[in-house]
Design a protein around this ligand. Structure first.
Ligand code: 26M
Length: 822
């Protein structure tokens, strides 16, 4: 019998870690310790950590398989992971020993941590939420696999040239990544295009057969996800597209060597790049191919595990696998599972459909009509002919069954409920299909879920009220407090013990400290420390000198009209005028800090960036303004920059038009770190206000109902323009040549306010916003009051931990038990 040695424990002592790191420098990287580069040390450190984590990953996987519990499979086109080393060190408890080991070898851990490139495989909120969920799933001991695409290029790197956004490719992967492991034995083959014929099974029953297809291979890369103080290590499995060798060989043999390589290059474009939109549907074929590619690979992987792991009838599939659709982007999973069950496993329609509905659930992340995914039937039919047939049959059964029963003969109801939109061309409605093909649909904040039921899906809600649930978003307090603000994390632990790290509701224990002057001093000192660090970053990247004693007013999020960075701009221009008109006014110095990427094809968003940068250039260099006002737009906003800005923020701008922001999650991170919110009653702001109390937040603006009424009455921005002199002067100034020397530069922005109807009601909310900002100024002048409010924010936002969110999903949607890994 073969002799395999017992698995060895690598050990977590400083000495053991030192030798692991040195071994990786020598044997993995082939370098000498004396001459290894900083990157070599970083890679070797990651690998030393990975070695220790991989064993837990294998243990978790084995335990999950043996215990036979249901697993959650999270399907998402985006994962905005950011950097991994520091998070993995803090979560695994290896931080201190690794820091010590490196320092004994003359290396600085902090410098290594900062050299890691961001893993930016997402656009914004939706992608970052998926990353927070992966962290919480491992922490909460829930058996989970995240599935996504191994993009070669993540979200573009942003630069400003003369104040305008310029995009560059993000080559995060150029040198590989020590965190990912290829799993060639789990490679999958997927079909695309082709046509549908019939075949007969052994009983003579007809089945559809998908033939003459093109094939792609999917190579999985696994990234371990370490939970905090838990032994569960789940994996994130990302698929890379490759050419099908068999397919190529045929062409090789026909002598078209160069042609064959061209095919290979085309195949590989499928996982090449993340689409940089975060709210507008583009309808591009490659995007549909990306969606199907990763969905087909993931489902084949899930089905393989079910068939190999158990010998159970198909009806038991949902008891082993739950699948969550992160928005409609992976919704083609519904017809794909139907196709597998019908065409490959020979199930009848009714059984297959029941399995589908028990398996899937869907999270909606937006109500914006332009973001709702619709694929033209022609395109869909060309790429996925069999899936279109299945969708038509799902639709027919739905309209002739439950819809006809509920509203007999009502053609209008059928038009709005149909999976096919026929109001001008034929389109597949992916959101409709997602509601229909699963057992639960959730919104991401209380208000959002209400609007989902009342406005987006009123008829579906009438038919299936029990299917709709609210699960308010959350963020991981490990990254958004422990990692980015270790000083505050320590102060909290010193004050109330460390129970809050596993149960964030315990943060309420800090409530009493808000009245403790000594505690407030320490809290304020920590905030000031982070402001000094951020001031240095601002100096280095914007060349602007800002005072850490100024109020740091922060708006960081994707650039979109509904988020209203241009409302913020209107206020800043108004303040600028006030300062020039009244230099002696008692106004506390303020630094307006922006971070935002605009979708490359979003013209007005880019115009807003240019306007803010041009305003910054004027304000920052105007001697009449001095230190009273500074405006900075930090380039290339992303997870790592957020980790620097958030702990340093005094004020958090959450000023979307009521009813437009599904939840927001930056609002939670900022409140947790003691920034006060100035915000509208939108998304999770509503619940943040309920938690922190009305005295500890600055709420302004029209409510959802008021927005609806105003629009119904006929909103006319000109009325606000003519009735408000300050507003008129502000807009006229933006439309002048003052900021760049060219009056036409910001004509698109000016026209959006006046000529194009101001679709997001900036002018209607303007005065209320300016007034709320004046209250902020007054409060900031009372440091003890301000700090008290900030402390109460930290103390009262425990509800917004993604651990709570994930527990809600586990209880209400997935019905998953926790499985402790010993
Ligand atoms: C669409 C077409 C082509 C390419 C990309 C897209 C696309 C990508 C991302 C569309 C939407 C995308 O994300 C939407 C999103 O990020 N929504 C945000 O989700 C957060 C988490 O739930 C919420 O907090 C935000 O309010 C919501 O805007």
């Amino acid at each position: 019998t073969p002799m395999t040695p017992a698995p060895c424990d690598l050990g977590n002592s400083t000495e053991a870690i030192k030798s692991s790191i040195v071994n990786h420098v020598r044997f993995t990287l082939g370098a000498y310790v004396d001459s290894a580069s900083p990157n070599d040390w970083w890679v070797a450190t990651c690998l030393a950590v990975r070695d220790r984590v991989m064993d837990s990953a294998t243990k978790s996987r084995t335990l999950h398989r043996k215990s036979g519990v249901r697993r959650i499979h999270y399907l998402s086109l985006e994962y905005l992971m950011g950097r991994l080393l520091e998070n993995n060190l803090r979560n695994s408890g290896l931080y201190d020993s690794v820091k010590q080991a490196l320092s004994e070898m003359g290396k600085d851990l902090d410098a290594l941590l900062q050299s890691e490139p961001d893993m930016g495989l997402g656009n914004g909120g939706l992608g970052r939420l998926a990353a927070c969920f992966m962290d919480s799933l491992s922490t909460m001991n829930l058996p989970a696999i995240g599935y996504g695409i191994h993009y070669e290029f993540g979200l573009f790197r942003q630069e400003f040239v003369n104040g305008r956004q310029v995009e560059h490719p993000d080559a995060w992967m150029r040198d590989g990544s020590p965190w990912k492991i290829a799993r060639p034995s789990y490679r999958q083959r997927v079909q695309l295009y082709g046509r549908v014929t019939q075949r007969f099974d052994e009983n003579g029953n007809p089945h559809a057969q998908w033939v003459d297809t093109k094939c792609l291979l999917g190579l999985p890369w696994d990234i371990p996800i370490v939970g905090y103080d838990s032994h569960t290590v789940n994996v994130l499995r990302l698929w890379q597209a490759q050419a099908d060798e068999d397919f190529n060989f045929k062409i090789f043999n026909e002598g078209s060597y160069i042609e064959a390589l061209r095919e290979k290059a085309i195949a590989e474009t499928v996982s090449k790049v993340l689409y940089p939109n975060d709210a507008t549907e583009s309808g591009k074929e490659l995007r549909l191919v990306q969606q199907y590619f990763f969905v087909a690979c993931s489902l084949a992987d899930i089905v393989r595990r079910f068939k190999n792991g158990y010998s159970l009838p198909w009806s038991e599939f949902p008891s082993k696998a739950a699948i969550q659709l992160n928005d409609t982007h992976p919704a083609v999973a519904i017809p794909e599972l139907m196709r597998i069950l019908l065409d490959e496993e020979n199930l009848d329609w009714g059984s297959a459909w029941k399995i589908c509905q028990e398996t899937f659930s869907y999270t909606n992340h937006t109500l914006l009509p332009e973001a709702l995914e619709m694929w033209s039937v022609g395109l869909f039919e060309r790429v996925l002919p069999r899936h279109l047939q299945i969708i038509y049959r799902i639709n027919a059964q739905f309209l002739d069954g439950p819809v006809e029963a509920r509203w007999p003969g009502d053609a209008a109801k059928k038009r709005v409920l149909s999976l096919i939109d026929e109001r001008g061309g034929k389109y597949v409605r992916m959101a409709h299909m997602s509601v229909l093909g699963g057992h639960a649909t959730n919104g991401v904040a209380a208000l959002h879920t209400r609007l989902l039921c009342e406005r987006l899906f009123p008829e579906f809600h009438e038919l299936f009220p029990e299917r709709f649930v609210n699960i308010t978003n959350g963020v991981t307090f490990r990254r958004w407090l422990d990692v980015c603000n270790p000083q505050l994390s320590s102060l909290i632990t010193e004050t109330i013990g460390e129970g809050w790290k596993k149960d964030a509701s315990k943060l309420r224990g800090l409530d009493a400290s808000a009245d403790d002057a000594g505690f407030r001093d320490r809290y304020r000192a920590i905030k000031r420390h982070h402001k000094v660090v951020l001031a240095k970053i601002i100096q280095d990247s914007c060349g602007v000198c800002v005072s850490p004693d100024a109020l740091f007013d922060v708006q960081i999020k994707r650039l979109h009209e509904y988020k209203r960075q241009h409302l913020n701009l209107l206020n800043i221009v108004t303040l600028y005028r006030q300062i020039l008109n009244n230099p002696k006014a008692d106004f506390h110095p303020r630094v307006f800090i922006f971070g935002a990427k605009a979708a490359p094809g979003y013209f007005l968003a880019k115009n807003i960036i240019h306007a803010i940068n041009s305003l910054a250039n004027k304000v920052n260099n105007d001697p009449r303004v001095g230190d009273k006002l500074k405006v900075v737009f930090l380039p290339n906003y992303g997870v790592s920059l957020a980790e620097k800005i958030i702990p340093a923020a005094d004020l958090s701008e959450q000023i979307s038009t009521a009813g437009k922001e599904a939840s927001g999650t930056g609002n939670m991170k900022l409140a947790l770190n003691g920034a006060l919110t100035i915000g509208t009653l939108d998304g999770a702001n509503v619940e943040i206000a309920e938690e922190v109390g009305d005295d500890n937040i600055f709420i302004f603006g029209l409510t959802v109902e008021q927005v609806t009424d105003l629009k119904a009455r006929g909103y006319n921005p000109w009325e606000y323009y003519w009735n408000n002199e300050a507003l008129r002067d502000t807009i006229d100034w933006i439309g002048s040549d003052y900021f760049t020397g060219h009056a036409h530069d910001f004509k698109p922005l000016r026209d959006s306010f006046l000529e194009h109807g101001d679709p997001y009601l900036c002018l209607a909310d303007y005065q209320m916003y300016v007034d709320a900002q004046a209250k902020v100024d007054a409060a900031y002048k009372q440091p003890e009051l301000w700090t008290k409010m900030a402390v109460l924010n930290t103390a009262r936002v425990g509800f917004f931990s993604s651990d709570r969110t994930i527990q809600d999903y586990a209880d209400k949607v997935w019905k998953l038990p926790q499985v402790a890994v010993p």
